[in-house]
Design a protein around this ligand. Structure first.
Ligand code: PEP
Length: 250
């Protein structure tokens, strides 16, 4: 039985005070049920203080990105060990906004994934197609490429610390959600692909989250699909009530 993971990607939202108030609201509204893992991913500037608030709670801390080098002349970048030093357990890598706005390639994402794992961070590895690619019938091929390239030289042992988040780009921040059947189809495709590349056991244990306009009113139907093991939530994670409602659905 795979544990569900609900992660909130705060993106470039919330200054320090707002971050503290959001995470406090989430912690105080959480039940004691441990069937679901809850992760918050604030901006870098709030990680340390949010860690002080989550460390005695069931909520885990994640970052939204990192660079693959250890240290040096990489202005504006943050390393995996820096994230560890402020209490991060997870890092989101390969988010479509990183790919499209900041031009991150599969090769870079692969380097980041390997560095994160080597440093002891768990990875939420995002993949997903554009609307044009879906309309051209290329969804499976695009997702397959992203996964094969992103997981180059990642062993089955390492895969245990990776969660894949299927996030159709056309559904991110647009209010358009993949239907539960559309999402399930791609999740099942990803699980079969992981079985082909690794093994049946790796595929069965892999947690695959869905992301793309997940909201309190669609979370339950998405999360009840057999291959949907959680959600990566953007807009709806910025208010305790809506994030808590999605957690309750899981
Ligand atoms: C995301 O950014 O990962 C995301 C899924 O955003 P939203 O929920 O706002 O679509």
């Amino acid at each position: 039985m795979r544990k569900k993971i609900i992660a909130g990607n705060w993106k470039m939202n919330n200054d320090l005070n707002e971050s503290q108030s959001l995470v406090s609201g989430i912690i105080s509204g959480l039940g004691s049920d441990d069937k679901c893992e809850v992760i918050v991913c604030p901006p870098f500037t709030s990680l340390n203080e949010v860690h002080s608030l989550v460390k005695d709670s069931p909520v885990k801390l994640g970052a939204q990105n990192m660079f693959f080098e250890e240290s040096g002349a990489y202005t504006g970048e943050i390393s995996a060990s820096m994230l560890k030093s402020v209490g991060c357990e997870y890092v989101i890598l390969g988010h479509s906004e990183r790919r499209t706005i900041f031009g991150e390639s599969d090769e870079w994402i692969n380097k980041k994934i390997k560095k994160a794992i080597e440093s002891g961070l768990k990875v939420i590895f995002c993949v997903g197609e554009t609307l044009a690619q879906r309309e051209e019938g290329e969804t499976d091929a695009v997702v397959k490429n992203q996964i094969i390239n992103g997981l180059q030289n990642v062993t089955s042992e390492n895969l245990k610390t990776i969660t894949i988040a299927y996030e159709p780009i056309w559904a991110i921040g647009t209010g358009k959600t993949a239907s539960p059947a559309q999402a399930q189809e791609v999740h099942a495709f990803i699980r079969n692909l992981i079985e082909e590349i690794y093994s049946k056991e790796s595929a069965e244990n892999l947690i695959i989250q869905y992301g793309g306009s997940v909201k309190p009113d669609n979370a339950a139907s998405l999360l009840s699909q057999p291959d949907i093991d959680g959600a990566l939530v953007g807009g709806a994670c910025l208010k305790p009530a809506s994030f808590l409602s999605i957690i309750a659905s899981a």
